[in-house]
Design a protein around this ligand. Structure first.
Ligand SMILES: [Fe+2]
Length: 576
């Protein structure tokens, strides 16, 4: 059985394909289009998935799209009635969007030439939050688990909870737009001077520089409810009848200003682009982060009591909050957590496909998805051809020697572009498309920012650590395959890895497994042999663009920046 899942006409559009229960490919369209969060029809991602699976669209049994306008028509109707006096932009936008979904078969027809009617028969629409839940539960190692999907808004819902058992999901409750913890976080992200889609992680990085002094004040904005959910005081937000996210002709998501005059009256004027971040901004960021954590733990503790389960699966944009994720085991009664590598909206393609596979078709569960390496891949020959055509000198070095050479370069202060195996599905580079540096260097952050990233100085860089050493360096011992959690670093270890220790003594770790990432593991092991430290600084291979996908993207990034060494499979290009 072959199932193709897509996230289309929505931020981080993507495709994923399952062949007999195994996900053989999944990738974001932005990686091909080279436009961050690209939000149109994922035609290149679909073509890539079909090619990886070795099939044509005729051979695909089911096409799952992770949104269902019909699922929420009634909610929209009620919403419309309630806000009758306001404008109808939000509903109009969404109805227009439904029309786009309705013409999916047209898009597939243009892409593949296959008859529209034949395509239409294969299409399943899966509500966005059900797709999120499926992306977490059906990919998890758990036979039974409590489930949470939480984001800005999708199909008019912002939060959904339920229980997964075997090959089915049972939704037990939800919170509808405009009550949204994602909208809350984004509104304050905008107020703090970060206006772009996906900027929330900047507030998360800023928060540890402040004190959560304003949590009580913020509790007026978000209120916990007795049923284990929450609601917003809508007077703090711009009229909910106006759209939240829009997509222009260029398919780039744009977020409308979400806060009301009342919010800026009470919490300060929006910070302007060039205005420095004051201690007030940092304290407000810390408070927004803390309140978000309080809301998440409130939902989870209720869910745990209600279900009695110890396993929890989480997805949705808010599930990208790795700081909150890292605190779940210490602040709730859940013991085991699974969050997919693409917990955000790109994961909708994978989730919609999994939903059809198990919930609709009733297929039995398959092995858990513990790898994010489902994207593009290239071999040495393809890489050599590119370099020859560009007249760029390179060396071809066998694996064993290569690891030692790269480790040497890192020890000597080098910044290395590491392009190995398949690209990662999801927003984190995990040793497939990474830029690496020595975590022991106190100047590594400045070095990276000067040479490549030029990003805000308050943002931390992350550690990749050999799985066997997590306990030695971190206060929480857990498997973190997708950099989805932040843990405290043991105080006595912090000074030895300053480049990956955030100001509050934490690190957003990736635990590197020998079986899942053999080459990356070997490289870190080579570094450990030289330095005694089983850790590398890992940041995504890009410079203000989507993570590099092809050798050409990687080469361009290398040439544009001051990176010292570019390693693509066994091919090495160096700056001397
Ligand atoms: Fe979502």
């Amino acid at each position: 059985m072959i199932i193709l899942g897509i996230n289309a006409y929505h931020a981080d559009s993507s495709a994923a394909i399952f062949v007999n229960g195994i996900m053989v490919a999944a990738i974001e369209e932005e990686r091909f289009k080279r436009v961050k969060h690209w939000a149109g029809f994922p035609s290149l991602a679909i073509q890539f998935c079909l090619k990886e699976a070795g099939v044509t669209i005729e051979q695909v049994d089911h096409i799952a799209i992770g949104r269902d306008p019909k699922a929420t028509l009634f909610k929209k109707f009620l919403f419309l009635l309630k806000h009758f006096s306001g404008s109808f932009e939000v509903v109009k936008d969404r109805i227009l969007n439904s029309k786009k979904v309705a013409s999916l078969e047209e898009e597939f027809h243009v892409l593949t030439g296959v008859d529209k009617e034949q395509i239409k028969q294969k299409i399943h629409q899966v509500e966005q939050h059900r797709s999120h839940l499926a992306s977490a539960f059906f990919a998890s190692p758990f036979d039974e688990a409590a489930l949470l999907s939480i984001d800005g808004s999708g199909d008019f819902t912002t939060t959904m909870i339920g229980v997964g058992k075997g090959n089915s999901i049972n939704v037990t409750d939800s919170v509808d737009f405009p009550h949204s913890i994602g909208v809350f976080y984004t509104a304050f992200t905008q107020l703090l001077g970060f206006p772009h889609y996906g900027d929330e992680y900047k507030v998360m990085g800023l928060a540890p520089y402040g004190e959560p002094k304003y949590v009580d004040k913020l509790k007026k904005v978000v209120q916990l409810t007795g049923d284990g959910l929450f609601k917003l005081d809508l007077s703090y937000f711009r009229s909910a009848t106006k759209g939240v996210i829009s997509y222009g002709e260029d398919h780039i998501p744009v977020v409308a200003p979400l806060f009301s005059d009342k919010l800026s009256r009470e919490f300060g004027e929006p910070r302007k682009k060039e205005e420095p971040l004051s201690q007030y901004h940092k304290d407000l960021g810390a408070s927004v982060q803390r309140l978000t954590e309080i809301v998440i733990f409130h939902i989870l503790n209720h869910l745990q009591k209600r279900t009695g389960l110890l396993n929890i699966c989480i997805a949705g944009g808010v599930a990208q909050n790795s700081v909150a994720n890292g605190k779940i085991s210490r602040n709730t009664t859940f013991r085991n957590i699974y969050i997919p590598s693409a917990g955000h909206d790109a994961g909708i393609s994978m989730g919609a496909a999994l939903y059809v596979q198990h919930q609709v078709v009733n297929a039995p569960r398959t092995p858990p998805i513990m790898t994010a390496y489902t994207g593009s891949r290239f071999n040495n020959e393809e890489i050599e051809q590119l370099l020859i055509s560009r007249k760029i000198r390179y060396n071809k070095i066998a694996d064993g020697v290569l690891y030692a050479n790269v480790a040497n370069r890192l020890v000597n202060g080098g910044v290395v572009g590491w392009f190995s195996g398949r690209a990662e599905f999801g927003p984190r580079a995990l040793g497939g498309r990474s830029i690496l540096a020595d975590p022991r260097r106190s100047d590594a952050k400045d070095l990276l920012n000067a040479k490549i990233k030029r990003r805000e100085s308050f943002r931390p860089f992350a550690p990749s650590i050999l799985k066997e050493y997590v306990d030695e360096y971190f206060e929480v011992n857990d498997v973190v395959p997708f950099m989805e959690k932040v843990f405290p670093i043991r105080p006595e270890k912090q000074a030895s890895i300053p480049a990956v220790t955030h100001v509050d003594g934490t690190g957003r770790l990736q635990s590197v497994d020998k079986d899942i990432s053999p080459r990356y593991y070997s490289l870190i092991e080579a570094f450990r042999k030289k330095t005694g430290i089983p850790i590398l600084l890992n940041t995504s291979f890009n410079e203000n663009e989507p993570i590099v996908n092809s050798p050409l993207d990687a080469l361009d990034c290398f040439l544009r920046t001051d990176m010292d060494m570019l390693v693509m499979e066994n091919i090495v290009v160096e700056r001397h």
